[in-house]
Design a protein around this ligand. Structure first.
Ligand code: XIL
Length: 367
């Protein structure tokens, strides 16, 4: 499906001018220009010894031009974008809907991709049906564990790894999220250990992860996350990997990324950069023009992330780097109420062509 990779020579010519006008960038010394003229295009998944993943949604797999082709061409791991969340699966009236997840799982099978399920328990996606049970801890627990068991049983043959708990730690304090998490409130902070034990029982071969964001920018949060992981490990509950989402922006400092990865390596577990995207408009400016200069800075930071990961994470602890989205025009940050902005955070354009960020990833190729 090489034809999906439409190369844009015009971007290179415009880029040179724009970068020259903008001068040096926010992410340190950058001398390389990222384009098809400077980096030979090839499938991303062939370029690294670790897997390169991407998050997908069934409507885009089925209907968005170029989407499936790009997934097929460049990635060898897929994460479920939103459709495996509780709110999507546990519908009102007691009905469960697995349609979207089935489509993703079957696509992963057909493509021979590693399927990473995201996510079993996340405080942000508790459906009304479950929230309504919060006054009755036994019923709440029963419904929660029923969901976990059902998901794991259904996808046992297809999913190789799971984000069992997503975003358990509070920003800035590093404490277990409590005010904003019904799981902590109703099940108690040990719910993380219990969920891991339960998941391991449901599928003893699955690799189990916790997943968290802002670890590169919030030292207290990183510390709290490491403490939780240590507690889990001491308890003997099964945990195989740690996810660091890495929703960063073109002003992020690579040395912070390196430090957070070094700290995660200390756990001895597999390390998954699980939701990488790089905003070019983190201040949510409006109106906002995305320039070639922004895209070159983004490419440079992609290069840094893909170079730092194998430097810092020993081979045995490498899991994957997952990009959180295939194409810019359908990226979650454009529509999510918290972010809602003009942006271009990932590797491909609406017409399927590769952005400088794609060449930035390839510039770090080690495989
Ligand atoms: C995003 C999804 O990509 C969107 O489709 C959804 O509408 C909102 O959530 N942290 C996570 C992911 O763990 O599940 C979020 O994904 C992005 C932030």
């Amino acid at each position: 499906m090489q034809q999906d990779l439409k190369l844009n020579r015009r971007g290179f010519l415009m880029g040179t001018t724009a970068a020259a006008l903008l001068g040096c960038g926010p992410v340190g010394a950058r001398t390389q220009h990222y384009s098809e003229a400077t980096v030979t295009p090839r499938p991303l998944s062939s370029a690294f010894p670790f897997r390169v993943g991407v998050c997908v949604q069934s409507p885009d797999l089925l209907g968005t031009p170029h989407f499936r082709g790009l997934v097929s061409e460049h990635f060898n791991q897929v994460s479920t974008g939103y459709e495996a969340q509780m709110t999507e699966v546990m519908r009102e009236g007691g009905r469960n809907d697995y349609t979207g997840v089935d489509i993703i799982a079957n696509t992963a099978d057909a493509e021979d991709d590693w399927l990473h399920m995201h996510a079993l328990l996340w405080h942000e996606t508790v459906p009304k049906r479950l929230r309504d049970l919060a006054h009755d801890p036994d019923a709440f627990a029963a419904e929660t564990w029923r969901h976990l068991d059902a998901m794991m049983a259904r996808y046992k043959a297809q999913a190789k790894s799971w984000d069992v708990v997503n975003e358990p730690i509070e920003n800035n304090t590093g404490k277990m999220r409590t005010d904003s998490s019904l799981f902590t409130q109703v099940l108690g902070p040990d719910y993380v250990k219990y969920a891991l034990e339960r998941a391991h029982k449901a599928d003893p071969t699955a690799q189990l992860f916790v997943n968290e964001y802002a670890l590169e920018s919030d030292p207290a949060k990183l510390e709290g996350y490491l403490k939780l992981i240590e507690d889990v490990q001491k308890s003997g509950a099964p945990l195989h990997g740690v996810g660091t989402q890495m929703h960063i922006d073109i002003y992020s400092d690579p040395s912070d990324i390196r430090k957070s990865l070094q700290a995660l390596v200390e756990t001895g577990l597999k390390v998954h950069i699980s939701e990488l995207d790089i905003s070019v408009n983190p201040k949510r400016r409006h109106p906002f023009d995305i320039t070639e200069g922004h895209l070159q800075h983004q490419a440079h930071l992609m290069h840094e992330v893909f170079a730092i990961y194998p430097q810092v994470v020993p081979t045995a602890q490498q899991f994957a780097i997952t990009i959180w989205g295939v194409m810019d025009h359908i990226h979650w940050m454009l529509v999510h109420p918290y972010h809602m902005r003009k942006d271009a955070p990932v590797l491909f354009r609406q017409d399927g062509s590769a952005k400088p960020a794609f060449y930035g990833v390839l510039a770090a190729a080690t495989g």
